[in-house]
Write a new protein. Structure first.
Length: 157
């Protein structure tokens, strides 16, 4: 099926772009298709070094922007997309945060996910979410956001 070949091509291109630009290692992907159209693309990456909350937030945002731009800039890709233009709503990105053997901090973020308009951060202790708009504000205002209990809604509450 042409959409399968094309979705594989999109995934390969996106993975290569993110690996080269941000030094994240691709570790998984999936695509959702319906009626020969690509509906959603999900990509997973692993960091090479432990990353802070702020670094994960920025990476999720920048990776999303880069992938959306890559897909929309390729006319061939757009032929098989359900939603044109392709947007972050059609994309899910997960970053598995590298852990060092000597880091036993249970509050360290294990993974971060951007899915649509929501960013999710998971540690051994809790799971927290923030909206895309809130993440943008934090990036541009330089708010550290290191105290997750104050800045995020917790699903553990």
């Amino acid at each position: 099926m042409p959409e399968t070949f094309l979705s594989d091509s999109i995934v390969r291109s996106a993975n290569a772009l993110i690996e080269e630009k941000f030094a994240l290692i691709p570790c998984g992907s999936s695509t959702e298709t319906s009626n020969y159209q690509i509906e959603k693309i999900s990509l997973s990456f692993t960091s090479l070094t432990p990353l802070s909350l702020e670094e994960l937030r920025k990476l999720l945002m920048r990776c999303s922007e880069e992938i959306v731009h890559l897909i929309n800039s390729q006319e061939t890709y757009c032929l098989f997309l359900k939603n044109i233009p392709f947007s972050q709503e059609d994309l899910k990105i997960a970053i598995h945060n590298c852990r060092t053997d000597d880091n036993e901090d249970p509050s360290q973020i294990i993974f971060a996910i951007l899915s649509g308009q929501v960013l999710t951060y998971q540690s051994n202790e809790s799971k927290y979410t923030e909206t895309y708009d809130r993440a943008i504000k934090k990036i541009f205002t330089g708010a550290s956001g290191t105290d997750l209990s104050e800045d995020y809604s917790s699903e553990d509450e």
